[in-house]
Design a protein around this ligand. Sequence first.
Ligand SMILES: C[S@@+](CC[C@H](N)C(=O)[O-])C[C@H]1O[C@@H](n2cnc3c(N)ncnc32)[C@H](O)[C@@H]1O
Length: 220
Amino acid sequence: MVKILRIKPEKIKYTDLSRIHPDYTNKMNKAYNWMAKVYGAFMLVFPVWKKWIKNVIPHIKGNTILEISFGNGYLMSQYASNQHEIYGIDYNEKMVEVTRKKMKDKGLDIHLLKGNVEKLPFPDNSFDTIINTMAFTGYPDGNKALGEINRVLKPGGRLLLVDFDYPKNRNVIGFAIVRLWEKFGDIIKDIDALLTEHNFEFEHTSVGGFGSVHLYIALK
Ligand SMILES: C[S@@+](CC[C@H](N)C(=O)[O-])C[C@H]1O[C@@H](n2cnc3c(N)ncnc32)[C@H](O)[C@@H]1O
């Protein structure tokens, strides 16, 4: 039997928020300006990314759907249809442009906006499903982001979230992947604790990256 090498529980440390630059989102946004051009190529050389994020698709429910931080719109292109009312919001203008073109080329009528997860331009209780993939670790204030997500979800609505967090079994490889992601500038958060704080009822599954990539299905 293969023995898993585990990290000690005290080594699991979330990002120290006091060290985050006050203008973090705008600093990261500069990188996304050029990433918008190469994001498709990145997904080609790293196809497992697509596999991870597509895990949300079977769990989408209801007619009104919001995808927050859709990036180059790959995932949206996989689930969107004109039978649903679909909205998307992303902070990066270039990502919005790329996705708008992608949706138009596919004949899909989607409402795409530039905006910040911390201030969603929608009324309370608007959406049946909210999708958020590989973006939550890029938000400086997880509490503010989840507060807004909660506000615009309908009661009984669901948040489908995929992102990095430490592997539940604390294996060394998954742990190293999360630490590497933090070195790239992302903010590693205790997603379970945040969802609990915001009164979500949730199920969790590890979907890849040696347990470091997680899918949450969280009900309001
Ligand atoms: C790593 S990409 C993920 C894109 C896509 N969801 C995926 O799974 O490939 C992160 C995205 O989050 C967006 N983003 C970053 N901060 C944001 C914020 N505060 N509000 C909304 N979107 C934000 C970026 O512009 C970028 O498109």
